[in-house]
Design a protein. Structure first.
Ligand SMILES: Nc1ncnc2c1ncn2[C@@H]1O[C@H](COP(=O)(O)OP(=O)(O)OP(=O)(O)O)[C@@H](O)[C@H]1O
Length: 648
């Protein structure tokens, strides 16, 4: 029986998803971006050839020149042999030898220039491809990016891009060079002695048949290999990112098993590609050895009968010997090119996803938020939000409460356009938010969660990255003050210019969250959706940050998704959610008076708080003063206090 990753138990390693099938443009497979098809690759190659025509022409001309010069060598040696046989002077031999050295030198210089051009070409294409990839990913709908595994995205942007670079830098010029060498060498043999060209024909079936057998099998294996390598990256990345959880829950052995399973798949595919090569490479050797043997045989007989001269025979044998290397190069680098092709299909695959179309700024009137008949489901089947009708006035503070799984966070994502409703509409200022350009939407409403990323850069960069123009330092210090980060920032060695983030000065989760709030203050949206935004701060800091925020965003709308009821009383209205619906809406007092779902949540909350306080007072030696951290402990998430989580 196959298990999906979500079904996998602790001892059953979750099998990685299989390779992405070719498919029409559309949604990403779970955890996997689609692959581009051959037509997409053709279009890309066409654009590449047009865009780089001049540099390509220069590169190939240099390679061809290097080649022609290189081919003069054997001809010269043949001439030397004929001259010595006919009886020549040492002066003439010296001259021929010197010419030979000069030709070698010219060949080396031309080959070097050609390779430099090829490298420049590869780097330019790589840079452009990477930029386009990042731009395309950033242009995708957020929900689409979320549904794709980071491993797949990372491997496409890194290892696949490197492979494409390698193909362009190495494989394309090598193949071109090898093909030109082959054509010129065969032409040189034909010119030298058409009779001796016959031996070459015997090599053709070995090269053609073996390649015809090998190519499609290798293509499939390479595509599978790249997808499996992305799985390895995904598991490694997931383990590193969730290291704390892995350690806390003792998931180490499980992750090691999962890693082992994906690595095993890579090993098996590598074994397959190696096995294919063990058949193909010997056939290629035969494709060069058989012509050589036949040329010597035919050449020997022809020489005996006086049909060819010794010089001709020497030159042709040298030419045939010289054919081996380009033929091998041509075929083995075509193999390398296939890996580049598989990588390119993965990189371009991101184009097959629907893009966030560039939308025109929409006219809005005011900043009122209105949800009408909203329903939402994450996939086919169960709706997690149903029949939501809600009007939120500008400047209102609305708290959304409910048991775990009631749909609070999903509502927050719909309000901020992360997901769009599957039924009904969400409007801001009268405009449906799915029609608003992202920058206009973000000036209207922003979602703040507890997952806040600190970008590598200075404190100043981290504060101002959402702004085109950096505000003056006084303003930066002002917002730091508001989120209680002044002391932290002053203690940094270079103040606002201190490098922070991964690899630089570490930032605690709470400081990261406070920085995010400061960033938010600077970006100045009309409405905020706070989903556990202050969950990582201790209770005192959380209250202080929330009240400074509230003071500063006076006149703006704040929708707080509340998992702990201690700050809920400050809200103008409270929306109580139950199984995806808003079941009550009103102020704290109104809802208590109604004695419904909210009143019962509030009572169990209060009871839990008091019992925690009593227990703590008892264990801390009977003092009446409750310790500070109890506020946080007594405010466990609602699901832990008799309100069962509402999983579907
Ligand atoms: N990305 C997702 N894919 C599929 N189902 C999801 C996804 N996110 C949430 N759900 C489901 O949607 C329902 C509502 O989840 P949501 O996170 O909105 O609830 P919540 O009230 O915020 O819960 P909590 O307080 O635990 O955060 C739950 O049944 C949850 O399992």
């Amino acid at each position: 029986m196959t298990t999906t990753p979500t079904q996998a138990s602790a001892d059953t390693p979750a099998p990685p998803p299989g390779p992405a099938p070719d498919g029409p443009p559309g949604r990403a497979e779970a955890g996997r971006l689609p692959l581009a098809d051959r037509a997409d690759v053709g279009i890309w190659i066409g654009a590449f050839l047009r865009g780089e025509a001049a540099r390509l022409l220069l590169t190939f001309t240099l390679f061809a020149a290097a080649l022609v010069v290189g081919l003069i060598g054997p001809r010269l040696l043949g001439h030397l042999v004929e001259s010595v046989k006919a009886g020549t002077t040492t002066g003439r031999v010296d001259l021929l030898a010197l010419t030979f050295v000069a030709i070698l030198l010219a060949h080396a210089l031309l080959a070097r220039a050609a390779r430099t051009q090829a490298t420049l070409l590869g780097e330019r294409v790589l840079a452009r491809t990477r930029e386009n990839f990042v731009r395309r990913v950033l242009g995708l709908p957020l929900a689409e990016v979320e549904s794709v595994g980071t491993g797949d995205l990372l491997s496409r942007a890194t290892t696949d891009a490197d492979r494409l670079n390698e193909s362009i830098r190495q494989a394309v010029p090598r193949i071109a060079l090898a093909a030109i060498t082959l054509v010129f060498t065969v032409a040189a043999i034909l010119l030298t002695s058409p009779l001796l060209t016959l031996g070459l024909v015997a090599g053709v079936p070995f090269a053609v048949l073996s390649t015809w057998w090998y190519r499609p099998r290798a293509t499939r294996a390479y595509e599978r290999l790249l997808a499996q390598e992305a799985d390895v990256l995904a598991v490694t990345h997931e383990t590193a990112r969730g290291a704390a959880t892995v350690e806390a829950l003792g998931l180490g052995p499980r992750q090691v098993k999962r890693h082992g399973a994906v690595v095993d798949q890579v090993v098996r595919t590598r074994q397959r590609t190696t096995w294919l090569q063990t058949i193909w490479f010997p056939s290629l050797d035969l494709a060069t050895m058989v012509p050589m043997a036949l040329t010597l045989l035919i050449g020997g007989l022809a020489y005996q009968r006086g049909a060819v001269g010794l010089g001709e025979l020497t030159a042709v044998v040298l030419y045939v010997q010289a054919l081996g290397e380009p033929l091998n190069d041509l075929l083995t680098w075509t193999d390398e090119l296939q890996i580049g092709n598989a990588a390119l299909r993965r990189i371009l695959g991101v184009d097959r996803l629907p893009r966030d179309d560039p939308r025109q700024p929409a006219a809005t009137e005011g900043h009122a938020i209105r949800l009408e008949g909203v329903g939402f489901s994450y996939g086919p089947g169960r709706e997690v939000l149903s029949d939501i009708d809600l009007d939120i006035c500008p400047g209102e503070r609305l708290a959304v409460v409910g048991a775990s799984g009631a749909g609070k966070s999903t509502l927050g994502k719909l309000l901020t356009g992360v997901h769009h409703p599957t039924r009904g509409t969400v409007r801001i200022g009268g405009a449906e938010i799915s029609t608003l350009p992202v920058d206009q939407l973000r000036r209207e409403i922003v979602l703040v969660t507890q997952e806040q990323h600190v970008f590598t850069g200075t404190v100043r960069d981290n504060l101002t990255l959402a702004r085109e123009e950096a505000p003056p330092d006084e303003r930066l210090w002002e917002v730091l003050e508001t989120v209680l980060l002044t002391d932290w920032a002053r203690a940094l060695p270079d103040g606002l210019d201190t490098e922070i983030g991964p690899g630089a000065a570490p930032v605690s989760p709470s400081a990261a969250q406070q920085l995010a709030l400061a960033r938010l203050l600077l970006s100045d949206p009309h409405a905020l959706v706070l989903d556990e935004a202050t969950a990582l701060l201790d209770s005192t800091a959380s209250r202080r940050v929330e009240s400074s925020l509230a003071a500063l965003i006076e006149g703006r709308t704040v929708i707080s998704i509340v998992h702990r009821l201690d700050s809920v009383r400050d809200a103008d209205r409270i929306a109580v959610m139950d199984r995806g619906r808003i079941v009550e809406l009103g102020s704290h007092e109104e809802l208590l008076a109604a004695d419904g779902a909210y009143a019962s949540l509030w009572r169990s909350w209060q009871a839990a708080r008091h019992s925690d306080l009593r227990r703590e007072a008892h264990t801390s030696g009977g003092t009446d003063r409750p310790p500070q951290h109890l506020a946080a402990r007594g405010t466990d998430r609602l699901s832990a206090r008799g309100v069962p989580p509402q999983e579907g």
